[in-house]
Write a protein that binds this ligand. Structure first.
Ligand SMILES: Cc1cc2nc3c(=O)[nH]c(=O)nc-3n(C[C@H](O)[C@H](O)[C@H](O)COP(=O)(O)OP(=O)(O)OC[C@H]3O[C@@H](n4cnc5c(N)ncnc54)[C@H](O)[C@@H]3O)c2cc1C
Ligand code: FES
Length: 283
């Protein structure tokens, strides 16, 4: 069992958990993720390691409620435990000294972005973070991002804070201002990453994206997380989750992500109707 030692709500439906997982905490690198199950019949939920403290033996997870399993996680608090936390999984991000790095995060994407910008700053890169959300109240981890970056640009869809528009617009404005950017990372909803990549492609800026393909085993055996990158089939869990964004087939990724929508909706409706009291788990 993996005990939650600290928990907080960062924004409506967004939870931060500090979880005891000493072996994972010791080995986690920026870009790694874990697969978490709440109970023996629970779904296997991939979550990026948003931070790790090897001395305390804890990792930080940030969870956004979107469906049945993440809603259930949202009911967890200090003293509760996850049944499994498997990891660290995935290939860690290659962090090299390149100069100026722009990190573009949309919504919950800011949590997985944090370890990466910390690693870039630690190695001496100049980090410009562009953090976006639908509205000001949904911006999360602002203090942490400001501490880990040299510059931060905020963007909100409704213009309630910072740049008025999408992060891709703020990115284009930054590049057009004449700033030299040597590398970009984009993490967030698939269409947001695609929009960011469409901007950086025009300026020939190498861009990494973190693909949230649907996963099951997380070890390269089930084939569920198949993605096409540069015309080649890759497994997001072991070959990624980070890939060269200019080579990713985003339309295929979006199509594969919607495979289980009908079943996911049944499970969510059932969970909401029973408030988790029924144990048949939507079957
Ligand atoms: C490498 C990786 C890292 C991730 N990191 C985070 C994170 O740090 N924080 C966070 O809130 N979310 C993260 N996600 C997404 C998270 O795993 C899904 O939101 C979660 O599995 C949804 O489960 P659900 O039962 O609540 O919703 P469901 O109703 O089952 O699904 C809602 C949507 O979530 C996605 N999804 C569902 N199951 C999976 C799955 N097994 N693998 C991937 N996506 C799935 C699909 O797009 C689906 O349409 C990550 C996904 C991947 C692949
Ligand atoms: S999740 Fe099974 S191969 Fe990647």
């Amino acid at each position: 069992m993996f005990r939650i030692v600290d928990a907080s709500v960062l924004a409506p439906g967004v939870h931060r958990f500090e979880v005891e997982a000493p072996l994972v905490a010791k080995r986690a690198r920026a870009g790694n993720f874990v697969i978490v199950r709440t109970n023996a019949t629970g779904e296997r939920v991939p979550l990026t390691i948003a931070g790790n403290d090897p001395d305390k033996g804890t990792i930080t997870l940030v969870v956004q409620e979107v469906g049945k399993s993440t809603q259930e996680m949202g009911t967890f608090g200090v003293g509760d435990s996850f049944l499994d936390v498997v990891g660290p999984l995935g290939t860690a991000t290659h962090i090299a000294r390149v100069g100026a790095v722009v990190a573009i995060a949309g919504g919950i994407g800011v949590a997985p972005m944090l370890p990466e910008i910390r690693a870039h700053k630690a190695i001496g890169n100049h980090v410009i973070s562009i953090v976006g959300a639908r509205t000001k109240d949904l911006l999360i981890l602002t203090e942490e991002v400001e501490k880990a970056s040299d510059e931060v640009i905020y963007a909100t869809d409704d213009g309630s804070f910072g740049y008025h528009g999408f992060v891709s617009g703020a990115l284009e404005a930054l590049i057009q201002s004449g700033r030299e950017i040597n590398e970009a990372i984009a993490i967030g909803p698939v269409r947001m990453m695609q929009a960011a990549v469409n901007v950086t492609r025009k300026y020939n800026i190498h861009t990494l994206v973190s693909l949230n393909a649907i996963m099951v085993d997380g070890t390269g055996m089930c084939g569920c997380c198949r993605v096409t990158v540069g015309g080649e089939v890759k497994f997001s869990c072991v070959d990624g989750p980070e890939f060269d964004g200019h080579k990713v087939d985003f339309d295929e990724l979006v199509a594969r992500q919607s495979f289980f929508c009908a079943k996911e909706k049944i499970a969510k409706d059932h969970y909401e109707a029973t408030r988790g009291e029924c144990k048949c788990h939507g079957r």
